[in-house]
Ligand binder design. Structure first.
Ligand SMILES: *Cc1c(COP(=O)(O)O)cnc(C)c1O
Length: 386
């Protein structure tokens, strides 16, 4: 027998009420019943995104939301800036290149955060750049960028800031309107606690103006990810819906999950994630392990270097196959070199106690030298503080 839990940075564990919602009988999507569910879910999304504007739901994984942003905003041949700190940042560059953009790269070593002053410098040297793409939480490294500062810098140069907040929305404080972020994207299988398959996107009025400009220029090169169509269908006061057939069950699950998130309250939810991350970081220190992230360690996920002499792939496999706890290894060049423990969404204190306990048992078995129990003790002390 193996009782399973997901502590990857997506997909994450799903609460029972959300799981059960997917078992409801099939429902037609052009009905008042479905419209009511979509309308309620969309209202909750605004609260989670901290915006008054509409948040559109797209029927793809998070990357589809990223592609929708590029397709609707970037003109072929246009120069854009990608400020990347890892795998997902580099994905912005690849998508933009696929849409014919000229990609100006401000790529940092993985583990670092974007330095707003360097974005400022790059935009000063490239006055033709009007779009900046980055991540809030870079999931491949566990580093969080200062989006408020980056929005300020972009706006100073008349540029728009496009943010992938796929693994940070509903996890780490994010203020779409207050920070003036122009485009924000998220996805369903991280903080939202539902299965993969939905992307969410919000655009500022300035961003909508650019969308209009590209559309009016004709031959705009997209069809399925037409954000204007998605907005107009959602806006329909009589029966908000989507242009194409939506993933009905996922939208039902979204409504239940959003109710849970909004019910907890954003402040309480952000504080919970911070508490979990603090305890995880205390354990890493107590075990004398090394963090991979050198700047702005994220509250969504903790990335840790695999100690010398330990097989990183075997460590991740032992977690999953022997203990039923799925964590993530490294991506790209970091394969086997780091492991990443997600603590987002449907996660609480006892999940951290469990993960650190399992980590200790595996490290002990694999020959890492430390006193058994120091990690768990650090976690317990962290939680017992108040
Ligand atoms: C998970 C993730 C993505 C990709 O989302 P998919 O749902 O796999 O398409 C993009 N960016 C970040 C930061 C992510 O964490």
């Amino acid at each position: 027998m193996l009782k399973r839990s997901l502590m990857t940075p997506g997909p994450t564990d799903i609460p029972p009420d959300v799981l059960l919602e997917a078992a409801q009988p099939s429902m037609h999507h052009r009905t008042p019943q479905f419209s009511a569910i979509l309308a309620k879910a969309s209202k909750g999304l605004k609260e989670i995104f901290q915006t008054r504007g509409p948040v559109l739901t797209l029927f793809s994984s998070g990357t589809g939301g990223m592609e929708a942003a590029v397709a609707n905003l970037v003109l072929p041949g246009e120069k854009i800036l990608v400020a990347s700190i890892g795998n997902f940042g580099e994905r912005w560059g690849k998508i933009a290149a696929a849409y014919g953009a000229q990609v100006e790269k401000l790529y940092y070593a993985w583990g670092q955060a974007v330095k707003p002053a360097e974005v400022d410098k790059r935009l000063r040297a490239n006055k033709d750049i009007k779009l900046v793409f980055t991540q809030h939480n870079e999931t491949s490294t566990g580093v969080c960028n200062d989006i408020q500062a980056l929005a300020k810098v972009a706006h100073k140069h008349g540029a728009l800031l496009v943010v992938d907040a796929i693994s940070s929305m509903g996890v780490i404080p994010y203020f779409t309107d207050k920070w003036g972020v122009d485009v924000t994207i998220s996805g369903s299988q991280k903080g939202f606690m539902i299965p993969p398959g939905l992307a969410f996107i919000h655009l500022s009025s300035r961003a909508w103006q650019r969308v209009k400009r590209k559309k009016q220029a004709g031959n705009h090169g997209y069809f399925y990810f037409d954000l204007t169509a998605a907005r107009d269908k959602l806006k329909d006061p009589k029966s908000p819906t989507s242009p194409w057939t939506p993933s009905v069950s996922l939208v039902r699950q979204l409504k239940v999950a959003v109710d849970m998130v909004v019910g907890e309250g954003m402040e309480a939810l952000w504080a919970r994630h911070h508490r979990l991350a603090e305890a995880m970081r205390a354990a890493v220190k107590a075990l004398k392990l090394e963090f991979f992230a050198v700047a702005n360690r994220s509250d969504a996920i903790t990335s840790v270097k695999v100690p010398k002499g330990i097989d990183g792939a075997a460590l991740v496999k032992k977690f999953r196959d022997e203990w039923g706890v799925t964590i993530a290894g490294g991506q790209g060049d970091l394969k086997g070199k780091i492991f990443r423990i997600g603590h987002m969404g449907y996660a609480e204190e006892k999940d951290i106690i469990q993960a650190v306990g399992v980590l200790e048992l595996i490290l002990k078995e694999m020959g890492y030298k430390f006193t058994l129990g120091v990690g768990v003790t650090a976690v317990l002390k962290s939680f017992a503080k108040k």
